[in-house]
Design a protein around this ligand. Structure first.
Ligand code: HEC
Length: 154
């Protein structure tokens, strides 16, 4: 056994190892180039599926170029804006003073249980727990800019 291990490696083998390493490196580089695309596809969700989820919000919210504040504020340009900042909408003090900015993380938490995230909110919605549905919903809402137009990038 010891004899086998101490046997010097033939030169040729070393070359092969190098070549294999190069192949491996190439594969890793190719994968790294693909990864962001994959991650995006996973994180983006399906806007069409999200539109169906949004029917639960339509009772109170509007979105799109003709959207108006209703029982709830319009959702155009939601992501990136501060909570309680839609002009002309009468928010509760709780929402207005929540200090939140609507990004994916805060929205996720909020929509799972609005009254837990913003105690005292006047949004009467029990919450959406399904992670995939939330992801799709985000993809749907994100399509609309502040004027309610669908942006080309999403
Ligand atoms: C029964 C009516 C109702 C339903 C259904 C409803 N909302 Fe609301 N929503 C409201 C009201 C009212 C407010 C204002 C809350 C406040 O001022 O406390 C609000 C506020 C919000 C806000 C904060 C907006 C801002 O500008 O700060 C978000 C985000 C939101 N709703 C998302 C949703 C989503 C997404 C759905 C569907 C899954 C939904 N809501 C369903 C009534 C509703």
């Amino acid at each position: 056994m010891a004899k086998l291990l101490s046997k010097p490696r033939p030169r040729l083998k070393r070359f092969q190892v190098r070549e294999d390493l190069m192949r491996l490196l190439f594969a890793v580089t190719a994968l790294a180039a693909l990864a962001p695309g994959l991650a995006f596809a996973q994180a983006a969700g399906d806007p069409a599926a999200g539109e169906k989820v949004y029917t639960a919000c339509r009772t109170c919210h509007q979105i799109g170029p003709t959207a108006k504040n209703a029982i709830g504020p319009i959702h155009n340009g939601l992501f990136g804006r501060k909570a309680g900042s839609v002009p002309g909408y009468q928010y509760s003090e709780a929402n207005k003073n929540s200090g939140l900015t609507w990004d994916e993380a805060t929205f996720r938490e909020y929509i799972k249980d609005p009254k837990a995230k913003v105690p005292g909110t006047k949004m009467v919605y029990p919450g959406l727990k399904d992670e995939q549905k939330i992801t799709d919903l985000i993809a749907y809402i994100k399509q609309f800019d502040a004027n309610g137009n669908k942006t080309a990038t999403n």
